[in-house]
Design a protein around this ligand. Structure first.
Ligand code: GLN
Length: 447
């Protein structure tokens, strides 16, 4: 009831698309009765959770914040959702986001932008902006988002909370609406590292419904190592990138010195590929998206044009033109272009090669160091509308987050500072594949 009241008072933030009021209260009463009867609840007993509108929950609406899926109801639940329910969590509603998780500001939603609760003239980041604001504004305890190129870490950074993207394959993608399948991962937002670790513990692990979910055993993510010292690397090319806000750069330098003074080793390393990660990311993800989104054709499900007497091609064209928003269309076009016969080698193959170089270089660094630290984003939260006319500028702001998705490694953003403009920003930590426990240890120590 506390969260329902908070949600009702903060409707202007536009974080929730649907609130499952009756169901949440019913579940709370049921858990209460079980407690009264001396029963022990599951590990997430009574934890109130919101989920991004790209994660299926049987019998509930899901639209990927797109007109294309307006009115669509999930026929099954995502594995992550099943596991939350098995752990006795209370699901309270689904959360606004950029259409099909494409964006960095949550301005691409068919249901309007989400506002940053710290300054409502600014964006919360994206694409999981609703999930970030729901935690930021105390509209749930933790939330799920998805992170294809930063959509959990960047909004966490803009909102002053913790956002984790696990290793590719750590959490099943079954029931997550696909954007770019070789990049997508469900991620977790929380106010602290312990909350995020507790949710990860429940939803991680193998899944017969997702062959890309790793069969690696799920270790203990919740016991923290204290007062350990770490071998930390930071990327010179990231810290001295001309796009990084100068005040933030100075603060990161001070922060690295403090880490060193606290007994960690902190080393500057070269990463010559930084300027290639955004182009490679946008070639590969738009290619995958153009293929994934071809299923929305107005026949099987989703928006169908009301126009009559069209031949099949025009029917597809009309349905898709009416259903998709401008950013999604831009990406389908770009992705189709880079996959087309004459350009495949020049763009798609080339980007795959860049991805391989990035993977190799990162694993080389991470075989010597425990973690790489760098900014999560080059600036604090943008003003609403600030970047909407310039998609390239918007894409370039993803420079620090796409790296972890290209390489499939886990990464987390934890709050660090307030900028002189009043907005929070964080630091991003990256460790090698399936080392979430180490990642969380470092996160807990720096926070
Ligand atoms: N901003 C990136 C994009 O638009 C990341 C999106 C995401 O992680 N879902 O592709």
């Amino acid at each position: 009831q506390y969260y329902l009241d908070r949600i009702a008072k903060t409707k202007h933030l536009n974080a929730y698309l649907e609130v499952w009021e009756e169901e949440a209260l019913q579940k709370a009463r049921e858990l209460d009765t079980r407690l009264q009867n001396g029963e022990k609840l599951g590990p997430l007993g009574g934890v109130v959770i919101g989920i991004k509108d790209v994660i299926c929950y049987k019998g509930h609406k899901i639209s990927a914040a797109s007109k294309m899926l307006g009115g669509f109801t999930s026929m099954y639940s995502a594995t992550a959702v099943e596991r939350l329910l098995e752990a006795d969590a209370i699901l309270i509603g689904n959360l606004n986001c950029d259409e099909f998780a494409m964006g960095s500001t949550n301005e691409n939603s068919a249901y309007g932008p989400v506002l940053n609760a710290l300054d409502t003239s600014r964006v919360p980041g994206g694409s999981s902006g609703g999930s970030a604001v729901a935690v930021q504004a105390d509209l749930c305890m933790v939330s799920l988002g998805s992170d294809t190129g930063g959509s959990v870490r960047q909004p966490a950074d803009f909102c002053g909370i913790v956002g984790l993207k696990p290793t590719y394959g750590r959490i099943s993608r079954y029931g997550l609406i696909a954007y770019a399948s070789s990049f997508d991962q469900i991620g977790v937002f929380g106010r602290n590292v312990a909350d995020v670790a507790g949710v990860l513990q429940q939803i991680a692990g193998p899944d017969a419904y997702d062959s890309t979910a790793s069969s690696q055993e799920v270790p203990d993510y919740q016991t923290r190592a204290h007062n350990k010292s770490f071998k930390i690397a930071y990327l010179k090319d990231a810290l001295f990138h001309p796009g990084l806000d100068p005040e933030m750069k100075d603060e990161y330098q001070i922060f690295f010195e403090e880490l060193e003074a606290a007994g960690n080793s902190v080393t500057a390393v070269d990463f010559a590929y930084l300027d290639y990660v955004v182009p490679a990311y946008y070639v590969l993800t738009t290619a995958e998206a153009s293929s994934n989104l071809s299923r929305f054709d107005g026949v099987k499900y989703g928006h169908r044009t009301p126009l009559q007497n069209l031949d099949l091609t025009d029917f597809y064209k009309k349905s898709r033109s009416e259903g998709f928003g401008i950013e999604v269309k831009r990406r389908i076009l770009l992705g189709t272009f880079v996959l087309s016969a004459g350009y495949y080698d020049a763009y798609f193959t080339k980007a795959q090669q860049v991805r391989r170089l990035v993977v190799n270089k990162l694993s080389e660094i991470l075989s010597t160091y425990d973690a790489i630290l760098m900014p999560t984003a080059p600036s604090t939260a943008f003003k609403i509308g600030e970047k909407t006319d310039d998609p390239i500028a918007m894409y370039l702001a993803d420079i620090y987050t796409v790296l972890a998705n290209l390489a499939g490694v886990p990464a987390i953003s934890v709050p660090l500072q307030r900028h002189s403009n009043g907005m929070p920003y964080g630091v991003q930590i990256i460790t090698k594949q399936f080392s979430e426990a180490l990642l969380l240890d470092i996160a807990a120590q720096v926070m």
